[in-house]
Design a protein. Structure first.
Length: 130
């Protein structure tokens, strides 16, 4: 199962930003000078709401980007682990263990068998004179 981008920190920050924006708009309308045109309050409401919306959306995009970076890092660590196992590089395996905490088991190298085809000795022949 893929971990969700909706972490407690993201939800909390979005909620706090929205609550702050709501408080700003509410304070604007409660403390509004009635002698001023209503268009100023409406314009400020639109600006505050837009700023809050941009902040919330940017937080979401940052969370998506961080999620993708973590997935890419996991894929790279998996590839490097496979390389360490395939090559038998114990120093690389130790580095992976130190960085990720995952134990990498390097298999024992298989004994190399002689795969050359045995050659038969050919007896020396003598040339017969005719």
């Amino acid at each position: 199962m893929d971990p969700s981008i909706w972490s407690a920190g993201l939800v909390t920050s979005m909620g706090a930003l929205s609550l702050g924006g709501l408080a700003a708009v509410l304070g604007l309308w409660i403390g509004r000078d009635k002698s001023r045109p209503i268009g100023f309050a409406v314009a400020m409401t639109v600006l505050i709401t837009s700023a809050v919306g941009v902040g919330v959306f940017q937080s979401f995009l940052d969370a998506v980007e961080m999620h993708k970076k973590k997935a890419d890092l996991d894929n790279m660590m998996t590839m490097v682990t496979e390389i360490a196992i395939a090559s038998g590089d114990e120093e690389l395996a130790a580095l992976i263990e130190a960085e990720s905490g995952v134990t990498v088991t390097i298999p024992e190298p298989e004994p190399v068998e002689d795969t050359a085809v045995p050659t038969e000795e050919v007896p020396a022949t003598t040339l017969e004179e005719e």
